[in-house]
Design a protein around this ligand. Structure first.
Ligand SMILES: C[S@@+](CC[C@H](N)C(=O)[O-])C[C@H]1O[C@@H](n2cnc3c(N)ncnc32)[C@H](O)[C@@H]1O
Length: 211
């Protein structure tokens, strides 16, 4: 994880990026998830976002998840926060066949789709569509490309850094994500501009129309 380190006298994992983006994200989520109650976070990472959003959005039940190697760190943040509306991490690698049995009003994930392979991104959208209630929201935060172009020089460099580390990773095309959404009845309803050339994309699971 970029900017991920363990502090010397505080052994919780810490990502500087979360400190910088948590308030702008909270601002969007507080409006977008006003009517939601159950939220699944995919790729909780350090656990910082989960604690912050669960604390500031007490009407939500916030379910953390990630691959097992991140669970200890997430749990440390959860234990310290002592919040009744914040749940211990579920084991969730988006490519696993058996996703947890959940039915949620929203899914939130930050800085995840450029880290995982495109295969995993496809699996993630399929899984999200299954666990989301009809009319539920998928909120995806991160950098995205538009019309095949990077939106900043820093994103060009970030993408280069990502691909050198893992050729399967990289900043995703907005249009490809839209197409993927369409395949799973997920309709884009917002594209929020966020600081530092990031976006917060929001999809809504279409109502299933019965004839
Ligand atoms: C850059 S970190 C972002 C973490 C956190 N959401 C944040 O904003 O700081 C990328 C995260 O994606 C997770 N991840 C990578 N591949 C994954 C997969 N196949 N399924 C679920 N999570 C995955 C990693 O474990 C890590 O927590």
């Amino acid at each position: 994880m970029k900017n991920h380190h363990h502090d010397i006298d505080d052994m919780k994992p810490f990502a500087e990026s979360c400190e910088q983006n948590k308030d702008p994200i909270l601002e969007v989520l507080s409006e977008q998830l006003e009517g939601a109650s159950r939220v699944l976070e995919i790729a909780s990472g350090t656990g910082q976002h989960a604690v912050y959003f669960a604390r500031h959005l007490p009407h939500l039940h916030w379910q953390t998840s990630d691959v097992p190697e991140n669970h200890d760190g997430i749990q440390q943040w959860i234990d310290e926060a002592g919040l009744a509306n914040l749940a211990p991490p579920l084991e969730l690698d988006v490519s696993q066949a058996d996703w947890p049995e959940l039915e949620v009003d929203a899914v939130f994930s930050a800085n995840s789709v450029h880290i995982m392979s495109w295969f995993c991104v496809e699996k993630m959208f399929a899984g999200v569509a299954r666990v989301l209630k009809t009319q539920g929201f998928l909120c995806l935060y991160g950098p995205f490309n538009y019309n095949g172009r990077f939106t900043s020089k820093s994103n060009v460099e970030f993408d280069r850094w990502l691909r050198a580390r893992d050729p399967q990773s990289g900043i995703r095309d907005f249009e490809k994500l839209l197409e993927l959404g369409r395949q799973h009845e997920l309709r884009l309803v917002h594209d929020y501009e966020m600081p530092a050339n990031n976006r917060l994309l929001v999809w809504q699971k279409a109502r299933v129309v019965e004839f």
